[in-house]
Design a protein around this ligand. Sequence first.
Ligand code: HPA
Length: 237
Amino acid sequence: MALGIIGGTSLVGTKLLEVAKKREVNTPYGTVYLLIATVQSDEIVYIPRHGKDSNIPPHRINYKANIRSFKELGVEEIIGVTSVGSLKRTIPPQSLVVPHDYISLCGIPTFYENEIVHVTPELDEVLRKRVIGAARSLGIAIVERGVYFQTVGPRLETRAEINLIKDYANVVGMNMASEATLATELGLRYANISTVDNYAHGIIAEEALDYKDIVEAASKSRENVEKVLLKVIEEMA
Ligand code: HPA
């Protein structure tokens, strides 16, 4: 069975799929650039969330096309890797978090534009456990539960916004909830690894966050995320 991976800032430049076929897959929602590779005899379909040239900003990502392309290729389980800010002093930058739930109160995408369908969103517990198990067996520290709060990018949050949400969630980011919701709508299993790349605005320091620092921090988690993904793949075989 094929595994789908969507990588963001933390996997830019990943060597995970060095020997991969580049493909463009047409969907009713648009064309998706992706990579297909055989890793340890399993087929892996990798979508770089920010596009071939890493230049699609969060508010322009075509989530529907991305998730639909997995369906077209017969992928049934997806691991999304996302960059997040920490809402807790106890979850410092460089932590890896596998959220068990999420909050996303606006900008919710749907495939059901013209019929009345209400799915109940969920992160896949079995896939989540496989990710956690892979990290554990490698001795890589991983936060096994957490609520992901999705905000609407591209701007970061104000201190007041972070103050409002910090008691209800552990990490804040711009992508995961949209992907998980759309995957649920198509009956695909979705789990997430979030790389903590900064403390959210005002959690520790009052000053503004610098996006360049966030990208640099994300690249530091790449190696551990790659190791965990490879282990998940190895254990599929
Ligand atoms: N807020 C929202 N998205 C993010 C952050 C943040 O602090 N860090 C990385 N992605």
